[in-house]
Design a protein around this ligand. Structure first.
Ligand code: NI
Length: 175
């Protein structure tokens, strides 16, 4: 397994709508394994394929809250939200592509999600709590949407400005 580099906002690849996965082949299995490795290394609780530069509809998540709980890795291929609750929930979100930035985002409290698992089986699950927030955040990535798109324009521009500066500093440090 390989830790892949995570694209940082702003990057045009993070704004693209990703294509569905047609076949689950060895390349796809390697991608999923690498995405888990990359997510745990970061560390984060969710990662979408476009964040590692692959514009396909694949996400991985593990919303285990503490070390005492068993880990609960979930990989979803071509996930889609079938239904959302009217009840909303506000959760502070962050993103591995927008490090050091955290903001409250309001989303439906529960969602029903259909997806194909890495074995090629179609699955449907109800998500609530942190998993509901996480799965909606990750599916948004597949449609080129970031959590900062839910914020007002002023806040979003401030974050993007800080990210541009950080990316410049990182590039300078590498040179
Ligand atoms: Ni994210």
């Amino acid at each position: 397994m390989t830790i892949r580099s995570i694209l940082l906002h702003p990057d045009p690849r993070l704004k693209k709508r990703c294509d569905p996965v047609e076949t689950i082949d060895d390349d796809m299995r390697v991608l999923i394994a690498d995405m888990f490795e990359t997510m745990y290394d970061a560390p984060g609780i969710g990662l979408a394929a476009p964040q590692v530069g692959i514009l396909r509809r694949v996400i991985v998540m593990d919303c285990t809250k503490s070390d005492e709980e068993d880990s609960a890795p979930i990989a979803m291929i071509n996930p889609e939200i079938l239904s959302s609750s009217d009840e909303m929930n506000v959760h502070e979100e962050g993103c591995l592509s927008i490090p050091e930035e955290f903001n409250n985002v309001e989303r439906p409290a529960t969602v029903r999600v259909a997806y194909t698992d890495p074995e090629g089986m179609r699955q449907e699950i109800d998500c609530d709590g942190l998993l509901a927030t996480c799965v909606q955040h990750e599916i948004d990535h597949l449609d080129g949407k970031l959590f900062i798109d839910y914020l007002g324009p002023v806040k979003r521009q401030m974050i993007t400005g800080r990210m541009k500066k950080r990316k410049k500093e990182k590039a300078a440090a590498r040179a």
